[in-house]
Design a protein around this ligand. Structure first.
Ligand code: HSE
Length: 322
């Protein structure tokens, strides 16, 4: 293994900053575990003056992505820009330049999964995206590695931290939608444009990725019937509560008896005894049914800078080991 793994970081927003901080926090542990040092050599970021609560050498910042792609010493590019473009093009350029890529970008993956995975294969580099679905929950590694022996019949999940936070706070504390959305944004759960969260598009992106991995079925996010939570009122929540239920934004995909895969994203009443009813705040959960493993449930923080950084850095470490 190389003694030093050099990283180019694309984006120093909430998740980029969290990743930088988590690396600093756990650097000694990570480097001892890995037997190699991790160095962030360049950061592509326009906003170099924002107070992020960390001291970053200004010389690390660049506004030109070619600084990273053309640097032969960079081993891994971490893409944390969000959005489909220019993130997709940047990841393709990085892989064509022989760099491994780690991304948390569910929108880019859901839109361009074939392009990105084919580019990785053609250039003999790794593309890892554990952070793209379920934040810190190690879902993708489990589905693509440990659970490979299964044929799956069903997946059901709470896959958006922002909307689950809003619904939980409205339900548990009787608070207003707008106030709680603002709080979720401040905590770094929400997308840059929270419309993607509250209208269910973020969940549709994640469900699209999961369906490719779980069922081998490619469905573009726009083809997933999707309803968000923006129309849910305090009265809706009170009515559900009076019937012993909570409202959760669920992602669902399942195999029908004739072998078709059906899917949807929609707010759903769940009895309070349902295992997903107790998943609160920014926590996510995914239920899977496989024909060998049977029922399986994953639970953990699905949004936020540090949980997401956990998955991002885990991918970097996996690549560095490989
Ligand atoms: N905005 C997303 C969420 C971030 O709230 O779940 C994690 O993908």
């Amino acid at each position: 293994m190389k003694k030093e793994i050099k990283i180019g970081l694309l984006g120093l927003g909430n998740i980029g900053t969290g990743t930088y901080k988590a690396l600093e926090l756990n650097r000694a542990h990570i480097e001892e575990t890995l037997g190699a040092a991790l160095q962030i050599k360049h950061i592509l970021e326009k906003d170099v003056t924002r107070d992020r609560g960390i001291a970053i050498d200004p010389a690390l910042f660049t506004q030109d992505p070619a600084t990273i792609f053309d640097d032969p010493t960079i081993d891994v590019v971490i893409e944390l820009l969000g959005g489909i473009e220019p993130a997709t093009s940047f990841m393709v350029s990085a892989m064509k330049a022989g760099k491994h890529v780690v991304t948390a970008n569910k929108a880019a993956l859901a839109a361009n999964l074939e392009l990105l995975t084919n580019t990785a294969a053609e250039n003999d580099v790794k593309l890892r995206y554990e952070a793209s679905v379920g934040g810190g929950i190690p879902l993708i590694g489990a589905i693509t590695e440990s659970l490979n022996a299964n044929v799956f019949s069903e997946l059901l999940g709470i896959l958006n931290g922002t909307t689950n936070y809003i619904l939980s706070k409205m339900s548990d504390e009787g608070r207003a939608y707008d106030e709680v959305l603002k709080e979720a944004q401040e905590k770094g759960f929400a997308e840059a444009d929270p419309t993607a969260d509250v209208e269910g598009h973020d969940v549709a992106n994640k469900l699209s990725i999961l369906m490719s991995l779980v069922f081998g079925k490619r469905v573009l996010p726009d083809d997933i019937p999707t309803t968000g939570i923006s129309a849910i009122t305090k009265d809706d929540i009170a009515e559900a509560d009076s019937q012993g239920c909570v409202i959760k934004l669920l992602a669902s995909a399942y195999r029908t008896p004739d072998g078709q895969i059906e899917c949807f994203v929609q707010p759903t009443w769940l009895n309070k005894t349902h295992p997903l009813a107790g998943v609160r705040n920014e926590f996510n959960a995914l239920f899977l049914k496989g024909n060998a493993v049977d029922d399986l449930m994953f639970y953990g923080k699905g949004a936020g800078p540090f949980p997401t950084a956990s998955a991002v850095l885990g991918d970097v470490i996996a690549i560095a080991r490989g």
